[in-house]
Design a protein around this ligand. Structure first.
Ligand code: GLY
Ligand code: MN
Ligand code: MN
Length: 496
């Protein structure tokens, strides 16, 4: 098939591109004709909607009600090149998956204001590969290369939403007069198309448009703050798989000692891929003083007897909900006195933090409770000069604890980060919110303000907590937390 014969979309861009190794350059007319025939009808009919369809319908209705008269564009995102013609594993944009239940690439959900109020909502998707034009086997993204896609009608049945061919999306967006808002940053071509449609003449007009988009993203994040029942169940699946992944890691500690922190990362990753979609964020497998680097994801250090291993990892479900759990464990199975002292202070801080998670409490309460316990301990150890109120007022404990005590958790590991401050950071906790409680202490190896024995010790304990009507549930309670429990866990599971 020649370049001219390749199908093109309405912008004249080829709808598929060939692989680039040059070994199979031309296609005879006979082969092209033969390849277009002899295929069974594999259309799946009478499919039942997926479980979350009723939830995504309710979420779409809520977003529709929040933006009457406006057109809303929520892209899935596109594949991102890793090198030459290979791509990173695709992960659909969170807001898109939240509103559709779909996790495939290249789609876009569009709310178009309807004549009688409300919106007509259409999910634009890649259709099945066309068997007439060769795309399905010649294009590098055809179904014989990347796998079967749902047909548009299968997707409509499964997701409970009207669907259309994504190659018609640009034309659909070019028609109509409504004010358009887009969730930016996921699909550069759609961002550019919306800019083109707006044709903002000056800086002031561009700023107003940016605000339209930001309001859409902020509203979506606000809506995602409180998880529905189905989301809570997904989070629990993520946490439960994560617990199993941590148990896998304990069993693999001997091999890690023979290799590196990468063995820990790889062991956890196996669990994440088998039970979920992926890890929800880069695994932090930090042994020895690497544990004092908060986001140590290089994971290329040694794992030595006598070290603490800090493992911060989470399985992401196939529906894109992630856990975020940290345990710090002695590689030998037993804490040294110094390690235990640090661990027990962090544990006490976490206990205070978890106890401060309850409906109606300010979001900041658990952070303040944990920080107070850390500050008290650091003053008692003589590392900080009291009184504790002064330490907290000046934030002096932050030299050794560095980060906040936790964050909202959901489809994004740091979930709903752009939600309005008055409902999130300065708001009160509500049943259905999920968050991490993760105090830590990190004594840098070159910190001359602490005694030598503390240098290079890093401890974080992180659990996933659901706010309930009655108070809270620690979703990750399947893992041991206190130093004695951690030692018992290791004694039971470490291969001898
Ligand atoms: N895993 C990153 C965090 O704990 O926030
Ligand atoms: Mn974490
Ligand atoms: Mn976290």
């Amino acid at each position: 098939m020649s370049e001219q014969q390749r199908p093109r979309d309405e912008t004249n861009a080829p709808v598929f591109s060939p692989r680039k190794n040059g070994q199979a350059q031309s296609v005879s007319d006979e082969l092209a004709a033969w390849m277009s025939t002899g295929w069974a009808d594999t259309e799946l009919r009478d499919l039942e909607p997926v479980e979350q369809a009723e939830h995504t319908a309710r979420r779409r209705a809520a977003i529709s009600a929040a933006f009457p008269g406006d057109r809303l564009v929520v892209p899935a995102g596109q594949l991102i090149t890793r090198s030459n013609d290979t791509e990173y594993p695709f992960r659909a944009a969170t807001d898109y998956a939240y509103l559709t239940g779909d996790t495939s690439d290249g789609g876009c959900l569009v709310f178009t204001p309807g004549a009688g109020g409300g919106h007509d909502v259409v999910l634009y998707l890649k259709p099945r590969s066309n068997r007439d034009n060769g795309e399905f086997w010649l294009g590098g993204y055809g179904e014989l290369w990347t796998g079967r896609r749902n047909s548009l009608s299968e997707a409509a049945d499964l997701l409970g939403v009207a669907t259309a061919d994504v190659t018609t999306l640009a034309g659909a967006l070019r028609s109509g007069e409504a004010t358009t808002r887009i969730v930016r940053g996921h699909d550069a071509a759609l961002d550019a198309l919306v800019d083109e449609l707006r044709a903002d003449p000056d800086e002031e007009s561009r700023a107003k448009s940016a605000q339209l988009d930001e309001d859409l993203s902020v509203t979506l994040a606000d809506h995602r703050l409180v998880k529905d029942e189905w989301e809570v169940a997904q989070l629990q699946l993520a946490v439960d798989a994560t617990v199993r992944g941590f148990n896998d890691v304990v069993k693999a500690l001997p091999q890690a000692k023979d290799t590196s922190e990468r063995y820990i990362e790889g062991t956890f990753f196996l669990r994440a891929r088998v039970e979920g979609n992926d890890v929800g964020y880069g695994t932090i497998a930090a042994s020895g003083s690497n544990a004092t680097t908060l986001h140590w994801t290089r994971n290329d250090g040694p794992v030595r007897e006598g070290d603490l291993l800090l493992l911060d990892a989470g399985v992401e479900t196939t529906t894109l909900y992630t856990a975020d759990v940290t345990r710090t464990m002695p590689v030998s199975g037993t804490f040294t006195d110094v390690q235990r002292r640090v661990y027990d202070l962090v544990y006490a801080a976490q206990e205070a933090g978890i106890a401060a998670v309850a409906p109606g409490k300010p979001f900041t309460a658990f952070h303040e409770a944990s920080q107070r316990v850390l500050a008290e301990g650091l003053v008692e150890w003589g590392l900080l000069e009291g009184p504790v109120e002064r330490v907290l007022e000046l934030g002096l404990q932050r030299r050794y604890t560095l980060h906040g005590t936790g964050h909202m958790l959901g489809m994004d590991v740091h979930d709903c980060a752009v939600s309005r401050q008055e409902v999130h950071l300065y708001g009160d906790l509500k049943p259905g919110m999920a968050l991490t409680v993760e105090p830590g202490l990190y004594f840098q190896p070159d910190d001359l303000t602490v005694p030598e024995e503390l240098r290079g010790v890093g401890v974080r304990i992180e659990d996933d907590v659901l706010v309930t009507e009655e108070g809270r549930t620690v979703m990750s309670a399947g893992l041991p937390r206190s130093s004695a429990e951690v030692e018992a866990w290791l004694a039971e599971r470490l291969p001898r």
